[in-house]
Design a protein around this ligand. Structure first.
Ligand code: ZN
Length: 159
């Protein structure tokens, strides 16, 4: 991938996470870092590059850019990704493995369009943060059952 291609899919993280729903990205984008008590915020996993806090630090293939997405790997999904997937599935109702398969099927650009549409606030069309479960524009708190179609199971451990 060249730099332009890289920038175009900046918000599609290698692991299958949509950076447009992350609090570190949204707080920075919307000038809410101080209000949210966050230090630097993030410009998106790919552009930030050097400090992917999750999968990349344990993966030489991603670090050396031999692959752009986890799904390109022979070992997909590896133990690291499965661990991360499980955490996001439980906490945020988003599966990185499902996302990865979707990106593989329709391509990163189209997937980003889908994600952008999916995570629009039903009240103000602003941006929803799946980590904080709220709209970063109007504060609307999202209802997982309605917004994600996911049957919220209270018996699952909440971390
Ligand atoms: Zn809103």
């Amino acid at each position: 991938m060249n730099l332009k291609e890289y920038q175009e899919i900046n918000l599609a993280a290698p692991c299958g996470f949509y950076c447009g729903t992350c609090r570190h990205y949204l707080a920075r984008e919307k000038g809410l870092l101080r209000e949210r008590n966050l230090k630097h915020g993030c410009k998106g996993c790919r552009i930030q590059d050097k400090n992917c806090a999750w999968v990349k630090k344990d993966c030489a293939l991603l670090r050396k850019k031999e692959i752009d997405f986890c799904f390109e790997c022979k070992g997909f999904p590896c133990a690291n990704l499965m661990k991360l997937d499980q955490r996001h599935s439980i906490n945020d109702k988003v599966s990185l493995i499902d996302n990865s398969l979707r990106i593989r099927k329709i391509g990163a650009k189209q997937w980003l369009q889908e994600q952008e549409d999916k995570w629009r606030c039903p009240k103000c069309e602003g941006n929803i943060c799946i980590i904080d479960r709220e709209c970063y524009d109007c504060g609307y708190e999202i209802d997982w059952r309605k917004e994600t179609g996911y049957l919220y199971d209270k018996s699952l451990p909440q971390q």
